[in-house]
Design a protein around this ligand. Sequence first.
Ligand code: ATP
Length: 304
Amino acid sequence: MSSDSAVQTEHLTKQFKQRIAVDAVSLEVHRGEIFGFLGPNGAGKTTTIAMLLGLIRPTRGRAIVLGHDIQQEPGAALRRVGAMIEAPAFYPYLSGWNNLRVLTRAAGLPDTRIDAVLEIVELQARAHDRFRTYSQGMKQRLAIAATLLAEPELIILDEPTNGLDPAGTVELRSLIRTLAEQGQTIFLCSHQLHEVEQVCRRVAILKQGRVLAQGSVAELLQQRRRVQVRVVASAPRALELLRTVPWIGAVEQQGDLLLVDVAGSRAPEVNALLTRHDIPVAEIRTRTESLEQFFLEITGEQGC
Ligand code: ATP
């Protein structure tokens, strides 16, 4: 495997009796990037993460984490991995600092790590307040602090902004960016597509256990750019004409707006063609989809 991969899976598959939860998933997460792992409910995200963490055994295929096969060398693979996969259990009556001390003692880590991680998640000012007095955002940040104690190279976060208000979400997003800037790799599983689009460089979209798309957000959206043409009073004629052109894909009509499946760079040709046929073009531009629109189109979901 290439040395710049933090995670690589090859045809990773998990079958529970008759149900194939994860179906030949091949992922590649580069070191130092924020990778978004997306999919509707039941797509197989949690099952994939459980295999990456060695919690369940794949039926077929393999997962290599930080250069080590998770089945053959689980200890070496997981030593440098931090994961937040469900709402963490902290003692409500202990302070954030003391909760982390429970963890450092259990893991044989020095207490100096506690202050270091509380500083990263910006909780120093509230370090000695009881956990139960924390806001939801502070609780999530303490959970991330806990994953950072052992100085992981790879951090797996499953829905980290669940239950956060907009301000808490913004803070967490900025924390995720800070971690990546420090060289950590982030594997971010999220339903918040807007958030993923803002922080992730690359994504994989999963549905019914299969990867439907994988790549850089910019490239995936670039492929989906469509030309949007507004024609006045000639939409049916324009539609008929454009549908006969071999280099144009599907054409969809929305009132006097036509959405044309063709690379944005060919907008001038579309314009020339319509003008040549005496169809006045009121407006023509390329339209870039959001990650959310892209996701909904390829998964056929109403939302996830
Ligand atoms: P969500 O976003 O809802 O958490 P997910 O993408 O994490 O969904 P998984 O929890 O991985 O999806 O589930 C994938 C499929 O595998 C689902 O159909 C689920 O019912 C099934 N599944 C998961 N765990 C088991 C299990 N232990 N036994 C049987 N089926 C399971």
